[in-house]
Design a protein around this ligand. Structure first.
Ligand code: DAH
Length: 352
């Protein structure tokens, strides 16, 4: 008995030293097998326990168990050490190497221009409104007093959505028919949102509407089948053309510099009376070899439009305008081809 008990401590010491000295995880597992595995030297000791006299078994068993728990703890500690070492980089780290830089993205130039326009109008108390890009004829045309025979109603200009084989041929375009037929289209301008906003709230109204519009145009240097517009609408009592001119001038000077000149030229839009086109002049326009560049349509809201949305034209007056954001961005940055905005070439985009 004495010999057996005396064996435990030295065996444990040797096993412990071997476990601690294992150079890597594979060696550690091997050492573990050699001592604690089914045929291990320490396991053999436990097997000898059975040969002891009955009264000596408890004390000897306890001793062996304590040693085994100790060895298992040593094993776990070494395993953790080696796992950590294995996870560390094999090569030394050179902290003097410069880091890898990520290129910072930027807002698209059209987004920058839109945000600047919105910021300028916010200073005047305008709120941003929104509407669907898939519209119906009523909001896009009828309610805006655009009669059925107007060229803008021609399928040449408008993308109509054919649903369930519905007839997309020109229909009798009265508001009543349009409401019943509900022919869908991709909005050709943001003016449709004027109707949606006025129908959803009583006057006064002071909104701007940036958004995407669609037309059946072939892409060239100045056209693209989809582009961005910004619409403005101001309805209150006693609003005049003077308010319209003052507002437009303020915004364009904010946007394009104080040397810009604005000119209003008589025009026709079915939803405004009188209607104007806004021409614009600046040093940059002169550089492009022109005196004036047309950039927007506008006018005083037509009384029929007020009738259509349930506003009393005898009480309320207002102005509206709409212009293309690409146009403004092209003037601002001196860009000569609209298609550059949509190609997503970082060499182009990174300049703004
Ligand atoms: N909707 C017109 C277009 O797309 C622009 C426009 C003209 C908007 C006159 C208006 C307006 O609000 O009053 O060409």
């Amino acid at each position: 008995m004495a010999g057996f008990l005396d064996d435990i401590e030295p065996l444990k010491q040797t096993a412990s030293a071997e476990l601690k000295a294992a150079p890597d995880l594979a060696a550690l597992e091997q050492t573990k097998g050699a001592w604690l595995g089914a045929n291990g030297k320490f396991t053999a000791l436990m097997k000898q326990l059975g040969t002891l006299p009955k009264e000596e078994k408890p004390a000897a068993g306890k001793l062996i168990n304590v040693a085994k728990v100790e060895l298992e703890a040593t094993l776990a500690a070494r395993r953790e050490e080696l796992q950590l070492a294995a996870a560390l980089p094999k090569e030394p780290t050179d902290f003097t190497l410069p880091g890898r830089r990520r290129a910072l993205g930027k807002l698209h130039p059209l987004t920058q221009v839109t945000e600047d326009i919105v910021r300028a109008f916010r200073k005047l108390g305008f709120a941003v409104a929104d509407g669907p890009e898939i519209e119906d004829e009523y909001h896009c045309f009828d309610a805006l007093n655009t009669p059925a025979d107007h060229p803008a109603r021609d399928a040449q200009d408008t993308f109509y959505l054919a649903t369930n084989g519905a007839d997309t041929a020109p229909l009798q375009n009265t508001p009543a028919v349009a409401a019943v037929c509900d022919r869908r289209l991709l909005r050709t301008h943001t003016s449709s949102v004027q109707i949606r906003v006025m129908k959803s709230q009583p006057p006064p109204v002071r909104i701007i509407v940036p958004g995407r519009v669609y037309r059946r145009d072939n892409a060239d240097a100045t056209h693209n089948p989809t582009f961005q517009q910004i619409e403005g609408l101001y309805v209150d009592k006693g609003v005049t053309v003077g308010d319209l001119k003052g507002t437009v001038e303020f915004v364009f000077k904010e946007l394009l510099g104080s040397d810009v000149k604005i000119r209003f030229r008589p025009h026709y839009f079915s939803y405004t009376e009188p209607s104007f086109e806004i021409d614009f002049s600046s040093a940059l326009v002169k550089k492009m070899g022109k005196d004036w560049l047309e950039i927007a349509g506008c006018g005083m809201v037509h009384p029929q439009v007020f009738e259509n949305v349930g506003y009393d034209p005898a009480v309320w007056s207002g102005w509206a305008f709409g212009f293309g954001i690409e146009r403004i961005a092209m003037i601002r940055y001196g860009i000569n081809d609209i298609r550059l905005f949509y190609e997503n070439d970082v060499r182009f985009l990174k300049q703004f």
